[in-house]
Design a protein around this ligand. Structure first.
Ligand SMILES: Cc1cc2nc3c(=O)[nH]c(=O)nc-3n(C[C@H](O)[C@H](O)[C@H](O)COP(=O)(O)O)c2cc1C
Length: 340
């Protein structure tokens, strides 16, 4: 890639950190980010990340091996910090000499960052930073790079938008640290903006979920092509006693019934028919297996169609290489216009 000199110059810290040509990560998406999409992203010059999700260590072992068979370029593995076998999963990454481990889902448990960075095949650690204070804490605890992700993103989200997080965090952190910006990025012009603010690169999920190389069910992809930004809504908590971790997904029958279900559960609580812990568990378990139902089985009515607000910019199935080339072209054009 030599046709993007301005973009490459601004992405240099990111590409050197990741070991790829374009500092564009495809964020891990459970069920979607498996061997095919991950290898396609890395082969196209970006940086693919396997979504471990709830996989067992044996399944992750097989997935990494299969991905390595499809690409000789670097890729990452995303591990959820509350996975009960987190340290075994880290050992699997070490066995395969995975170069980058992304820790998602909260503050990494004690010893996990050290385990990833130690051992025979030390990997770089990338963490999600929800606030500036936590960002500094994560960097002190050994994180090598950060992702700041705004609430426009698909999947589990925080309360603050990408543009505000970027303004709060990049000026403080980006001089000395590698920071990637995620959430709501659909075009290269937005990438140009975040690079100019100091980001070392960006992470996208929604734009890549329906790439030709993605194994997502054709009906899942069709739902994305039809949707506009306003269809990608954050899940709503109905009762203060029953916590809901916000997830951004396309509205469908499942999201409507989730609201009804929460009211029903709150009613049983009011009437003293179940204990608080049981009620909270019922809410938590409502979406169990729902992403798989949508992505793999194509159940777009009852499954979880996790998608970010940039879904309105996803109009057709395109090869990963075309999406990356389009993003890089748009970014370069935007930077060129400004310099002129
Ligand atoms: C279908 C889907 C599944 C996702 N699953 C995960 C996941 O398992 N782990 C994770 O850390 N992030 C997950 N994400 C978030 C993405 O990795 C990425 O950070 C996000 O999509 C970026 O924002 P964007 O959707 O606006 O591009 C998911 C996103 C989507 C759309």
């Amino acid at each position: 890639m030599t046709t993007y000199p301005k973009t490459e110059a601004l992405m240099r810290r990111g590409t050197e950190f990741l070991g790829c040509e374009a500092a564009i990560l495809c964020g891990a998406m459970s069920w979607v980010s498996e061997r095919n999409l991950v290898s396609a992203i890395s082969n196209a010059g970006g940086f693919g990340v396997i979504a471990c999700g709830a996989m067992t260590p044996d399944l992750l072992d097989a997935e990494i091996a299969a991905t390595k068979a499809l690409t000789d370029r670097p890729f990452g593995v995303n591990l959820i910090t509350m996975h009960p076998d987190l340290f075994d999963l880290i050992a699997v990454c070490e066995k395969h000499a995975v170069t980058h481990v992304v820790l998602a889902g909260g503050i990494p448990p004690k010893g996990s960052v050290e385990a990833i960075k130690g051992g025979a095949n030390p990997a770089k650690v990338i963490c999600f930073a929800p606030t500036l204070a936590l960002a500094k804490k994560l960097l002190r605890s050994g994180a090598d790079a950060l992702v700041i992700e705004g609430m426009e993103a698909g999947g589990h989200i925080g309360p603050v938008s990408t543009s505000v997080l970027a303004q709060e965090m990049l000026p403080e952190l980006s001089q000395e640290h590698v920071v990637f910006v995620a959430g709501g990025i659909g075009r290269g012009q937005a990438i140009a903006g975040y690079l100019e603010m100091g980001a070392a690169g960006v992470q996208l999920g929604t734009r890549f979920a329906c790439a030709s190389e993605s194994i997502a069910h054709p009906d899942f992809k069709k739902a994305f092509f039809r949707a506009s930004a306003r269809d990608a809504i954050a899940s709503v908590q109905v009762d203060p006693r029953l916590p809901v971790i916000p997830v951004r997904a396309l509205k469908n029958r499942g999201t409507e019934e989730f609201t009804v279900k929460q009211r029903e559960i709150a009613g049983t609580l009011d009437r003293g028919e179940i204990a608080m812990a049981e009620a909270q568990l019922q809410v938590e378990h409502y979406w169990a297996g729902a992403l798989r139902r949508a992505v793999i089985d194509g159940d777009v009515e009852n499954g979880s169609l996790m998608a970010g607000q940039s879904v309105g910019m996803v109009k057709s199935e395109e090869p990963v290489a075309d999406i990356i080339a389009q993003l890089m072209n748009e970014c370069e054009e935007a930077l060129t216009r400004r310099k002129a």
